[in-house]
Design a protein around this ligand. Structure first.
Ligand code: AMP
Length: 187
């Protein structure tokens, strides 16, 4: 199964993605995690991504599209994959559509985890204290939410038009949300 997992920062995407991936037996491809590892290792990719990630903006499309294009062709993606945090712009979504069609393996589902804005700020500040992610400070959180609304939210309509959108309510206990996601995915 090839899944795009969408939702605003702080919606709990990463946590749920891990659970779904281990249940289905597919890899979780998180562009945010790939970029954070690159930044920690000080690679060229990390150096290029740093200023964008730290300000809460988006890393240029060409960079993340290149990462995903290579990653989804690795052997562990034969049975499928879950994209967590990609695509985040319409150009990324178009590129993904093209590359999956070229590979003859189109996306099966785009799942949107919906959470109201005020709940998101609360969750993100809470995560900042627990995990100490460098982009979880209040000004950067606000900037990430704004980036999300302006550039990523239009993807919900995009996938609705593609006919593969599933919407899931992201409020409630972790277990309840997992159950809703599984039911939406039919697993
Ligand atoms: P995440 O862990 O998904 O919240 O991503 C953390 C940060 O990495 C984002 O705020 C962006 O700066 C960058 N990033 C992750 N995925 C993408 C993407 N698909 N396009 C552009 N930038 C991204």
């Amino acid at each position: 199964m090839r899944i795009v997992f969408m939702g605003p920062p702080g919606a709990g995407k990463g946590t749920q993605a891990k659970i779904i991936c281990s249940d289905v037996g597919i890899p979780q491809i998180s562009t945010g995690e790939i970029l954070r590892h690159a930044m920690e290792s000080g690679s060229d990719l990390g150096k290029e991504a740093k200023s964008y990630v730290e300000s809460g903006g988006l890393v240029p499309d060409a960079v993340v599209i290149g990462i995903v294009k290579e990653r989804i062709q690795e052997p562990d993606c034969v049975k499928g994959y879950l994209l967590d945090g990609f695509p985040r712009t319409l150009d990324q979504a178009d590129a993904l559509k093209r590359m999956t069609e070229e590979l003859g393996k189109p996306l099966d589902v785009a799942l949107n985890l919906a959470v109201p804005q005020d709940e998101l700020v609360k969750r993100l500040l809470d995560r900042a204290q627990k995990e100490g992610r460098p982009d979880d400070t209040e000004p950067v959180i606000k900037s990430r939410l704004k980036t999300y609304e302006e550039q990523t939210l239009p993807l919900v309509d995009y996938y609705k038009k593609e006919g593969i959108l599933k919407e899931v309510d992201g409020l409630g206990s972790m277990e309840d949300i997992t159950a809703r996601i599984k039911s939406a995915l039919g697993i």
